[in-house]
Design a protein around this ligand. Sequence first.
Ligand SMILES: [Zn+2]
Length: 111
Amino acid sequence: MPIYEYHCQACDKDQSLLFLSQRQAAARPRCKYCGARRLTRLLSRFAYHQTEAARLSDFDTGATRDDSFYRDSRNVGLWAKKRAKEMGVDLGSQFEETVEQARSGKIPDDL
Ligand SMILES: [Zn+2]
């Protein structure tokens, strides 16, 4: 049974919701606090760190040979934002913060 984290746009609360099936999770869930159907799906912290680790790993291995994309550190943010968008995730300010960290020191400097 999947458990997803949501942020309610109406009452501004984060919550974890348990679903009986993937199908149920795909339907628009209601906020358990206010009942609004204005929930934005979040990545769990665990999954988020995995994503970040995978991202840094990619930079580590790929940047040495093909640096046309990574030459401009601003692309770090673009890549991450595009990725989050593809996954239908709104990571908010915490996400922006991590992008900043990635830009300013977490990415190995291969040049
Ligand atoms: Zn709510």
